[in-house]
Design a protein around this ligand. Sequence first.
Ligand code: MG
Length: 351
Amino acid sequence: MWLHRVLRDKEVTVLGIESTAHTIGVGIARNRPPYILANQYKRYTPVMGGIHPREASRFIAENAPSVISAALKEAGITMNDIDAIAVALGPGLGPCLRVGATVARALSAYYEKPLVPVNHAIAHIEIGNLLSGFEDPLVIYVSGGNTSIIAYKDGRYRVFGETLDIALGNLRDVFAREAGLAPPYISQGEHVVDLCALRSREKKLLELPYIVKGQDVSYSGLLTAALNALKQGAKLEDVCYSLVEISFSMILEVAERGLAHTRKKQVLLTGGVSASSILDKKTKLMAEARGASFYNVPRKYAGDNGAMIAWAGVLAYLNNIVMEPSEAVINQRWRPDEVEVPWRSQNGRSN
Ligand code: MG
């Protein structure tokens, strides 16, 4: 198992910083059980409207020091026990990423600890692998800012499908807001659009655009059409039901084709939208129909968090992926397929 290799290496402890969107997360991870020593975060919630990058970045700057202290306290260690500082340099919102990068550069320079760059999407995958014990899954990563089908092949995580415009989580949040369902988006642990869809008694599927182009999906036309249907007098419950059914079917269609193509035997569902029990059920059915095992990352580690950055930082640091603080520049559009993942390829696993 791939984890054995990580265990054979010298013991390292990494502090990871996440600030790609609305969350300032600080985690601490080690290549020894229990692996995750701390996972602290504070989440910015706008009073109204969507995430304003400037306000979110201010929130992150104001809260970073206390979240770092809380993480060290939770792990019961001090900065002296930390071997390296990992930071998510992208993809994400520029102003938010910049604050996390600045904090990481400062910690790295002041405490003289190596700085480890981490791709946010890859961190989502690796913490999922850690928690599930999966070796080589097809990953369905669905959140407010990302919608991708990802799988490992020949030294990198490859994208086997993605959204051409807005992310699945963004579709749900914007619809909820425009339809007057939010805030808050989450109620009783479920998204308000899902709760509304479950109230649709007739389960009436409206004719809304189902847009899959090759292996990619497009959600912006669906959003516009759903809002138009509402304006034209369709029942809110029916619009929600149709939106949920169509948007989930679209991403699962490309995921299923990705699974057939890559012949992976494991399906990992992660990102903020994985908290949807409707999506959980549908993805499980799809995976089972293909004879693949299924794991849905628990909410605490599926939404943006610092523990996943720390854990991906452990894997990267053990493979000597470090940079000078002066080189640690953010990349708002940093794709996972641009990143070498030697912790997998050196494993002799290049299927
Ligand atoms: Mg994310």
